[in-house]
Ligand binder design. Structure first.
Ligand code: ASP
Length: 342
């Protein structure tokens, strides 16, 4: 407690940077509802993204921001906003989540998703589902309707049937781009096996989606949804459905990650960023940048995060060629980026 009070004092006495407490008239400043979205790190590079494709990604991220803000502006919760925005991105074939998900080695789409409510630290997640149109909504039902956090594969699908969520034939998730990605990955694997010197290239297509929201009550929520990595095998599960790795929200900080999940799992990335904010008295940006640009880069881990704190500060570092991302604050205009400079 003492530490938090000291930080607030400093901020107020110094630059009036973040003033969270009562102002001089004793009034608590109003919280400005905020939505932050990512559409994956890695798959968008200057070389493979022409201006038309980039324009579509900007527009899709902008629509997701607006979908989340519509919920927040109507007085909805951060959890509702996260779910609404992620559903929109899952239905959009441009992203590796829901329709458009990448293919596993067995030529199937295996979907992972998670959601977390910062105010209560309740969380729900699903992994390896193959018929659920919107895995984020199933993750929320795991949180709200069971005493568990993570359900996988057949069991998760059985639960989906019980809950009456929309199921689709596995063909629904097909997109030519994701299919070609699998063909290329298999070909690379074959070539690497023949020329024993090169490691098989794992994946070039991320596009996972994640959303964070801060509502009028000051509650944070986070969610992430993905098809995982192209050519993943043996029931591989990445960081996206793992609370603390790909998704985290607490009372002060929320994070959603994208990148090669194994690194994010080993470093508990989403939790680590919020733990640094909580225990080290560092800013959100410093915590997020240290983890993505120092800790991960040192290990060769590629990807990025979006991070949001309860004062509305946003940080979106990535160590790949690009990361689709955007921010919308209530009453403002959506701002979207793919590369460092937009
Ligand atoms: N992090 C996801 C995974 O490893 C992939 C991604 O972000 O694109 O499953």
């Amino acid at each position: 407690m003492r530490r938090i009070a000291a930080t607030q004092g400093l901020a107020v006495a110094g630059l009036l940077l973040l003033a969270p407490g009562p102002d001089v008239r004793g009034q608590t400043p109003e919280i400005r509802p905020t939505i932050v979205v990512h559409g994956g790190a890695g798959s968008f590079t200057r070389a493979n993204t022409d201006s038309e494709a980039a324009g579509e990604i900007h527009a899709s991220v902008g629509r997701a921001l607006e979908a989340g803000m519509t919920v927040l502006d109507a007085g909805g919760s951060s959890l509702d906003a996260v779910e609404a925005a992620i559903r929109m991105l899952e239905d959009d074939p441009r992203f590796n989540a829901g329709k458009g998900a990448v293919f596993a080695h067995e030529a199937r789409n295996e979907l992972d998703a998670s959601i977390m409510d910062g105010a209560t630290r309740r969380a729900g997640a699903v992994a390896g589902v193959t018929h659920v149109k919107n895995p984020i909504s199933l993750a929320r039902l795991v949180m709200e309707e069971t005493r568990h956090v993570l359900l996988a594969r057949e069991g998760a699908e059985e639960f989906a049937i019980e809950q009456g969520v929309e199921l689709v034939s596995p063909d629904y998730f097909f997109t030519p781009g994701a299919w070609e990605g699998l063909m290329r990955a298999r070909e690379n694997e074959r070539a690497a096996a023949e020329a024993t010197s090169t490691a098989p290239s794992t994946d070039e297509h991320y596009g996972t989606v994640g959303v964070l929201a801060l509502d009028r009550e000051g509650r944070l929520a986070a969610g992430t949804s993905t098809g995982g990595l192209t050519n993943k095998r043996w029931g591989r599960i990445g960081d996206s459905p793992l609370i603390g790795a790909g998704t985290w929200a607490d009372e002060r900080c929320a994070v959603s990650a994208t990148g090669t999940g194994e690194f994010f799992i080993r470093n508990a990335v989403a939790y680590d960023i919020c733990a640094r904010v909580r225990y080290l008295d560092v800013s959100l940006a410093e915590a997020a940048e240290t983890v993505i640009m120092d800790v991960l880069v040192e290990q060769g881990g590629d990807g990025g995060v979006i991070a949001l704190d309860s004062r509305g500060n946003v940080s979106m570092p990535f160590n790949t060629g690009g990361m689709a991302r955007g921010v919308l604050r209530s009453g403002g205009e959506p701002e979207t980026w793919i590369f460092v400079d937009r």
